[in-house]
Design a protein around this ligand. Structure first.
Ligand SMILES: C=C1C[C@]23C[C@H]1CC[C@H]2[C@@]12CCC[C@@](C)(C(=O)O1)[C@H]2[C@@H]3C(=O)O
Ligand SMILES: O=C(O)CCC(=O)C(=O)O
Ligand SMILES: [Fe+2]
Length: 339
């Protein structure tokens, strides 16, 4: 298994900007799988200010595990600023971006995503992972002009955290789980341990989009992921249907459930399998990963009023244990914790 750095080196010889063709090492045969986009089938769109939002969100989580959210209250200006910060970051010269390279086994930094090291084929993608303050990476990327980036990232994370917590309360209520069951949730001191993460994604223009993939099929290791993207490229897998294209509505946020909610809900909610296809034009996305503290015991929070017959489908694991299983086995991690 290639180390992240070795895997990364498979990308550096290819300066995406000047690629005239897709090298064999980037070829994903499944990239040309048939996808639903013309038959009108798409993911639910819900307005958070709708009085029925909790019910609608719950249904979307049980049937799709993903939805587009309007009325979320995140300032449009802030979302646009994030898009332009992505543009400013990923249009830096490669050798400048390399100064913030994610170190092998490191959890933050520039370059490939952790799951890349599980595949022998390279994804048409570059990213920056941030946990907490972005200052360490920003100082490497822009030695004389890093404050603006850090301020935007801080503001964005603060807003996203508040929205993620609001959604969590809705989901926990739907699972009829008293929020007090997960003390880290309300405990302001502990919430700093929530190991939240921000992932900035760049999918450079691709000369032959049907030959490669931006991100391979995966589920997120989160409770919930809040994603912004201006253009299409995200596809979600729906059982019995196949790949369904997501067409982002202007200023809407894509909310998808991660593995931890599937475990907490004892399989009632879906952790949506998704992938990203690429195009001849540049695409950016920003994902906010809301995750519990590393030492939090993740197990089905069986609600009392769903009756004693509720059998936990998964054994209890700490978030750290599950992350390690996921990093090594990707989707197989679920079968490794099933009772
Ligand atoms: C906070 C996170 C969540 C990460 C790891 C870390 C930073 C980057 C995220 C992704 C993004 C791309 C898919 C994925 C599977 C990957 O390899 O990197 C995600 C992973 C996870 O959701 O497990
Ligand atoms: O770019 C996208 O639309 C999705 C990105 C994603 O799945 C991720 O960052 O985990
Ligand atoms: Fe994802």
């Amino acid at each position: 298994m290639a180390t992240p750095e070795e895997a990364y080196m498979r990308i550096i010889p290819l300066d995406f900007g000047s690629a005239k063709s897709v090298p064999d090492s980037f070829v994903w045969p499944q990239a040309s799988d048939e996808v639903h986009s013309s038959d009108g089938l798409t993911i639910p769109v819900i307005d958070l200010t709708d009085p029925n939002a909790p019910q609608l969100i719950t249904e979307a989580c049980q049937t799709w595990g993903i939805l587009q959210l309007k009325g979320h209250g995140i300032p449009t200006k802030l979302m646009e600023d994030m898009e332009s910060e992505c543009e400013r970051l990923f249009s830096l010269p490669t050798d400048q971006k390399m100064k913030a390279l994610r170190s092998p086994g490191g959890s933050t930094g520039y370059g490939i995503v952790p799951m890349q090291s599980l595949f022998s084929t390279t994804m048409w993608h570059e990213g920056l992972t941030i946990m907490g303050s972005a200052i360490d990476h920003a100082r490497l990327l822009w030695p004389n002009d890093y404050q603006r980036f850090c301020d935007k990232i801080d503001d964005y994370q603060k807003q996203m955290k508040a929205l993620a917590e609001q959604l969590m309360r809705i989901l926990f209520k739907a699972m009829s789980i008293p929020v007090k069951e997960v003390n880290w949730f309300d405990d302001p001191t502990n919430s700093s341990g929530c190991n939240l993460a921000l992932q900035l994604n760049s999918y450079p223009p691709c000369p032959d989009p049907t030959r490669t993939l931006g991100l391979a099929p995966h589920t997120d290791t989160s409770i919930v992921t809040l994603l912004q993207a201006k253009t299409s490229g995200l596809q979600v897998f729906k059982d019995g249907v196949g790949w369904v294209a997501v067409k982002p509505l202007p200023n809407a946020l894509i909310v998808h459930l991660g593995d931890f909610t599937r475990i907490l809900s004892n399989g009632q909610f879906i952790s949506v399998l998704h992938r990203v296809v690429v195009k001849p034009i540049q695409r950016y996305s920003v994902g906010y990963f809301f995750r519990p503290p590393m030492d939090f015991a993740v197990s089905p929070l069986l609600s009392k009023d769903l009756g004693p017959e509720q059998v936990p489908r998964y054994r209890s694991v700490t978030a750290k244990e599950y992350l390690d299983l996921k990093a090594r086995h990707l989707e197989k991690a679920f079968s490794l914790i099933e009772n």
